[in-house]
Design a protein around this ligand. Structure first.
Ligand code: PAF
Length: 279
C-alpha cells in the first residue's frame, strides 16, 4: 500500500493508473477506522481496479472546536488496519496546508441540503464536507466513490454536488453497518462512556419500534411522539426525529416506499445520528 502525503505524488500515481486503464475507487475517511469504513472499501471490489482511502480530519466541517479536538486520531492503528486488509492500493493523508493553503477562500454550498436536519444545528458543517469532498475528488481523480447510508444527508448532498458540478465520479451508497445490538458504527461511539454505550442501544431500538408502528399503519404523529418520549426517557436530548423522502429529504406526510426515519440525538455532549428506510 502506497502511503502518500502530497497532492503532486498522488497526481503522478493516479495519472499513471488511468493511463494503464485502471478504474479508481475512493473511500474518503477522517480516520479512526472501523468495520463501517472497511465495508465501504469492500463495496468497491469489482467496481474499481485500484482503491484509494483518504484520511483527513477536516477542520472546516466541525462547527465546534471541542468536537474537532476530541475527534479520535489513531493514524498508526488505521494504517496497520488498512495494510492488514490487503485491499487498499494507496492511502492519502494530506497535510492541512495542502488542503487549506494560506488565504483559502473557496467554499461549496449545496443549498438544497445544507441547512435542514443536521445542517440546522451544525452551521457550516455541510459546506465543510462539500468543499473537502470536492477537493478529494479532484485530487484523487476517482471514477467511483463509496459513502455510507449512515450519513444519509451527506450522501444526498454529495450526489447533488456531483450532478450540479458535472464531476465525473459515480457515487456508491453502502448500507449502514451496525453492532450486534443495532447501534450504527461510528467513530464517535468510542467517546461514549460504558453507561452511555448501554443507553445508546435505545436509539436504533426506538427507531426500529417506530418503523414497525408505521408499517402497521399507526398515525405518523403518534408514532413519532412515542419514539421521542422513549428516547428522552432513555436519557437522550433529541435534536430531530422526522420521516422524510429519501431523494429530496423533504418532510413526508405518510409512511410509504422511499421514505426514511431520521434521528439525531445526544447523550451528554456526544451527538449520534441514525436513519432507517420504512420499507
Ligand atoms: O464521512 C466522513 O467521514 C467525512 O464527512 C468525509 C466524507 C470523509 C469528509 O471529511
Amino acid at each position: 500500500m502506497h502511503i502518500i502525503t502530497s497532492p503532486m505524488a498522488l497526481k503522478d500515481l493516479v495519472t499513471q493508473w488511468h493511463q494503464q486503464g485502471e478504474r479508481i475507487g475512493l473511500t474518503p475517511t477522517m480516520g479512526a477506522l472501523h468495520d463501517g469504513h472497511l465495508a465501504l472499501i469492500r463495496a468497491l471490489t469489482g467496481k474499481a481496479s485500484r482503491k484509494i482511502v483518504t484520511l483527513f480530519v477536516n477542520p472546516t466541517q466541525f462547527n465546534n472546536a471541542e468536537d474537532f479536538h476530541l475527534y479520535p486520531r489513531q493514524h498508526e492503528a488505521d494504517i496497520a488496519l488498512l495494510q492488514k486488509t490487503g485491499e487498499v492500493d494507496a492511502l492519502y493523508i494530506p497535510h492541512k496546508e495542502d488542503m487549506y493553503p494560506q488565504g483559502f477562500s473557496t467554499k461549496i454550498f449545496v443549498s438544497q441540503f445544507d441547512t435542514m436536519l443536521c445542517g440546522a444545528d451544525r452551521p457550516g458543517h455541510f459546506e465543510g464536507v462539500a468543499t473537502v469532498v470536492t477537493k478529494l475528488f479532484l485530487q484523487t481523480q476517482a471514477d467511483i466513490a463509496a459513502f455510507g447510508e449512515k450519513d444519509y444527508q451527506q450522501l444526498c448532498l454529495i450526489r447533488r454536488l456531483v450532478k450540479d458540478l458535472n464531476i465525473p465520479v459515480e457515487i456508491l451508497a453502502v448500507p449502514t453497518q451496525r453492532e450486534v445490538d443495532g447501534l450504527a458504527l461510528s467513530s464517535r461511539n468510542r467517546r461514549l462512556t460504558p453507561e452511555q454505550r448501554r443507553q445508546a442501544t435505545q436509539l436504533p431500538a426506538a427507531l426500529h419500534a417506530c418503523l414497525i408502528d408505521l408499517r402497521h399503519q399507526h398515525p405518523l404523529s403518534e408514532a413519532l411522539a412515542r419514539c421521542h418520549t422513549t428516547l428522552e426517557k432513555a436519557g437522550f436530548i433529541v435534536h430531530y426525529l422526522d420521516l422524510r423522502k429519501e431523494e429530496t429529504l423533504e418532510i413526508a406526510e405518510k409512511a410509504e416506499p422511499h421514505t426514511r426515519l431520521f434521528v439525531a440525538a445526544s447523550l451528554g455532549n456526544i451527538r449520534l445520528i441514525d436513519n432507517m428506510p420504512i420499507f
